[in-house]
Design a binder for this molecule. Structure first.
Ligand code: ATP
Ligand code: MG
Length: 177
């Protein structure tokens, strides 16, 4: 019945639980697992730093991750621009490096749980739209997400990505608590 399960991961602890459930189901039903990560344009350098490490990311990208914000703030100050706490997206190569780290970890977790067929996908754009698109392209029978992610509004039951995917998905969608 279940042939393809898609699980979306932002590298959070919640997403790790989602990968665990999706992997167990894939192992049981001998289904293919598709792991999707959407580049995190809105994540701060502090959040990205927590997800990766110098060892996982490599020294050059790690140094870029730790310097891009201050370089831009300094350039803005030099240009006499109004430098405040404006969120600045990380360079694309850093986001791609983080994507690789997050997906490799999830892949190792799934392989350990006994999943034989694993595909990984990196996407860009709005996370919920990209997850819904990937589910269609991959003909997923089920989408699994964490109920929350890396966002820090502690009181929420459901993050905006899980909310939008659950509302718009044509396939069965499971949000893991
Ligand atoms: P919000 O982002 O709305 O502030 P949040 O971060 O707590 O809140 P969501 O972003 O909705 O919650 O995350 C819920 C789940 O959605 C995650 O556990 C993960 O499964 C998936 N998800 C979120 N962002 C991404 C992403 N960039 N790539 C892949 N999956 C994601
Ligand atoms: Mg989020």
């Amino acid at each position: 019945m279940l042939q393809t399960i898609l699980v979306a991961t932002d590298g959070s602890d919640h997403a790790r639980k989602a990968v665990r459930l999706a992997s167990d189901l894939c192992a049981k039903y001998e289904a293919r697992l598709v792991l999707v990560h959407v580049l995190m344009n809105h994540a701060s350098s502090a959040t990205l730093t927590k997800l990766a490490s110098q060892r996982a990311l490599g020294k050059r990208l790690w140094d870029r991750l730790n310097s891009y914000e201050s370089e831009i703030y300094e350039a803005m100050a030099g240009a006499d621009a109004a430098a405040g706490f404006v969120p600045i997206p990380a360079p694309r190569e850093v986001l791609e490096g983080v994507a690789k780290v997050v997906l490799e970890r999830a892949e190792a977790q799934a392989a350990k749980a006994g999943v034989a067929r694993i595909d990984t996908r990196v996407a860009g754009g709005d996370p919920a739209d990209a997850i819904l698109d990937a589910a269609k392209t991959e003909k997923a029978d089920m989408i699994v997400l964490g109920s929350r992610g890396l966002g820090d509004l502690k009181g929420l039951f459901l993050g905006s990505v899980s909310h939008k995917v659950a509302a718009q998905s044509e396939a069965t969608c499971v949000t893991v608590k």
